[in-house]
Write a protein that binds this ligand. Structure first.
Ligand code: ZN
Ligand code: ZN
Length: 358
């Protein structure tokens, strides 16, 4: 599987105008090599696939990346790289332009005088758009861990519980069930704070009648999940029911629109048209969703101006929302896998009625 990914990337060399790739971005490095260490770089050239890393990771690199020749680069990675480039007659080297720091770039430029460095930003990410079955399994497991955590933490949605306590218990539950970590800072935003699309959990205590937006995710084998549910503490008010049902309808319409061959912008419109049609368009200020995988936010973005055509194997979130400043907000988010005839929703936590969550 990893060899196929390398072959696909190598086939893009002429399009990118390079002879070899120097891969430093951790997600891309992991995607191509399976190496999960936090320091190291890949060199992919016609002479072979090399993994340069330091003493701490040599054994691990050998185990995780059997297709790579592991090069001990404890003293100076650049010197080892320079020798490999010379040996393999590389003169045009592609690098992760959006990851390589300016300082590292200067160092490389200084040392590799006869090599032209060319930014190949987004190239590995193009391959990462399509998830293979092993990747989908990992995302499914990450989603399952967040579903389990929510089920466990639901009784805490009651007056008096601090937002931070809900966040902590969600994170604890995901970790204790097997997550390697949390996908991002857990969002628990209650009462008027639920109008903040990204309100990280605070010390505010839940009150009767609050909307509570919980947005969280797990990491499993490097892959992310991302789920949002909005609940109300005890009895919902009519306006809360109204915006909840509009967001739910928008979300269901968008999920219905997801399919192989459909433009990302069309999925966004499917959700936006419902919300705008009900007069809340100005309160839905973000895109309808995003790809996810080794990164929590990846392409394709599901938003107004994105012409990317969805294809089977892509994994995206669908997460419209309405945020009323000073009052509260609702967002509902699921993870779906695009298929030939529609999509498969991975998230299982119920969402059909606000009361179910209260
Ligand atoms: Zn989210
Ligand atoms: Zn999201």
């Amino acid at each position: 599987m990893l060899q196929t990914r390398i072959d696909k990337l190598m086939a893009l060399r002429s399009r990118a105008g390079v002879e070899a790739f120097y891969v430093t971005k951790p997600e891309n490095r992991f995607y191509l090599s399976g190496f999960s260490g936090t320091a190291g770089a890949l060199l992919l050239c016609s002479g072979g696939a090399f993994l340069l890393t330091d003493f701490r990771y040599l054994e691990q690199a050998g185990q995780e990346s059997p297709h790579f020749k592991v090069i001990a680069a404890t003293e100076s990675l650049i010197e080892k790289l320079a020798a490999l480039l010379k040996e393999n007659k590389v003169t045009r080297l592609g690098c992760d332009g959006d990851h390589l720091s300016y300082n590292d770039f200067l160092k490389l430029k200084d040392r590799l005088v006869s090599v032209e460095l060319i930014g190949t930003t987004g190239l590995v990410e193009e391959l990462r758009l399509y998830k293979d079955s092993a990747e989908i399994k990992n995302i499914e497991e990450a989603v399952r861990l967040s579903d389990l955590a929510f089920e466990q933490v639901r009784p805490l949605i009651k007056p008096g519980t601090p937002e931070r306590e809900i966040a902590l218990q969600l994170e604890f539950a995901m970790r204790s069930k097997g997550a390697a970590g949390v996908a991002f800072d857990t969002i628990v935003a209650s009462g008027p704070r639920s109008a903040l699309p990204h309100g990280v959990a605070s010390s505010r205590r839940l009150k009767k009648g609050d909307l509570v937006t919980m947005d969280f995710g797990a990491v499993y084998c490097g892959y992310h999940s991302d789920i949002t549910r909005t609940a109300v503490v005890e009895e919902p008010a009519p306006w809360q029911r109204d915006i909840y049902s509009i967001v739910l309808e928008a979300q269901l319409k968008a999920i219905e629109a997801v399919s192989h061959g459909v433009k990302a912008s069309a999925v966004d419109s499917a959700a936006r048209d419902v919300i705008t049609g009900m007069g809340y368009g100005e309160y839905f200020g973000h895109g309808t969703g995003h790809g996810l995988g080794l990164d929590i936010h990846e392409n394709p973005r599901l938003s107004k101006k994105v012409d990317t055509v969805l294809q089977a194997g892509m994994v995206v979130t669908v997460e419209p929302g309405i945020y009323l400043p000073g009052r509260g907000g609702v967002r509902i988010e699921d993870v779906v896998v695009v298929s030939d005839s529609g999509c498969r929703v991975l998230t299982r936590t119920p969402k059909m009625r606000l009361e179910i969550l209260s």
